[in-house]
Design a protein around this ligand. Structure first.
Ligand code: SF4
Length: 300
């Protein structure tokens, strides 16, 4: 996983400071190989250095120093091409970017129309912009949004889904491989909404040569939206439906109550999930056993 280097505690910011997020190196770092990148230091812009800002139109902003107004766009762009080529060999599954940085910010970076005009939060950092174009499937998140547990869970889910998707397309790009992948992710996809489920279902069922590029792009774009409570409840009810003829009445009632408690926000989703896991341990169901929705990433 790529990470803006200052988020790992390296003192590479313009003022020689850092913005360490312990969750990244302590928790996620135990599961991922981290690839630190600092565009401004790697492009030779110095340390410490004068702060910078973005200026110009949103589609072609320039990187200027704040006080001396030196234009550092060219060295940053020259470094960027070379570094993106290296990153293509790193096997990245995601990237965590520093918010609001004129180099790393993924969205909402202050953009000035010219030397005088007031900024609008409509810019994208020069590195982040190219990263998104070069690796369109790659989950990109800023550290600020990852402080929010639902977004953090969503990001980790996308890292894992992309890893499985790339493993599949490298190993087995057949129509049968795509149908199997879709079947195993059915409920995980359904949690992101019925329209996504329908769109991917149509692609998976299309005959002839499998539309892998279209499926992968639709999948990763769709998973970037947070699942809704209603969609999770639908999924949980569907899953419970598979077990209704196997469970004793008291277990069925407990599962129903767990799902209802989650729907009313009295209980966390982990409660009905734990009840489902318990039921599946006692009454194994091969189809549900393959569902990634029921096999979330590690607790941490
Ligand atoms: S935000 Fe990006 S360019 Fe700025 S210090 Fe952090 S890693 Fe370097």
């Amino acid at each position: 996983m790529g990470v803006s280097r200052c988020l790992l505690g390296d003192p590479v910011r313009y003022d020689g400071d850092h913005k360490r997020q312990p969750w990244l190196d302590e928790t996620l770092g135990a599961w991922c190989r981290l690839v630190p990148v600092c565009p401004e230091v790697e492009a030779g812009l110095g340390l410490p250095r004068e702060p910078m800002r973005l200026e110009g139109p949103p589609d072609a902003p320039r990187l200027l120093t704040l006080h001396t107004r030196r234009d550092l766009t060219a060295p940053l762009l020259a470094w960027r091409e070379q570094r993106l080529a290296q990153l293509a060999n790193e096997g990245l599954r995601g990237f965590v970017l520093k918010s609001r940085s004129p180099s790393c910010g993924a969205a909402g970076v202050a953009l000035h129309p010219d030397a005088e005009g007031a900024s609008e939060p409509v810019g994208t950092g020069l590195f982040a912009q190219a990263l998104r174009q070069r690796f369109p499937l790659l989950p990109l998140e800023e550290e600020e949004r990852l402080r929010d547990p639902p977004w953090r869970e969503n990001f980790v889910e996308r890292l894992h889904v992309l890893d499985r998707w790339l493993a599949l397309t490298t190993r087995d790009g057949s129509a049968a491989g795509l149908v199997g992948f879709h079947a195993d992710h059915k409920f995980l996809i359904m949690a992101h909404g019925a329209p996504l489920m329908r769109a991917l279902g149509r692609l998976a069922a299309r005959g002839g040569s499998p539309p892998l590029a279209e499926y992968g792009a639709t999948l990763m774009a769709g998973l970037a939206a947070l699942p809704t409570l209603r969609a999770h409840v639908d999924v949980l009810r569907h899953l419970a439906g598979f077990l209704k003829n196997r469970l004793p009445p008291s277990d069925k009632a407990a599962l129903r109550e767990g799902i209802e408690g989650y729907r009313q926000q009295r209980l966390p989703r982990s409660v009905p999930l734990a009840l489902l896991h318990d039921a599946l341990r006692r009454f194994p169901h091969p189809y549900l056993a393959r569902q990634w929705y029921l096999r979330p990433p590690a607790e941490e």
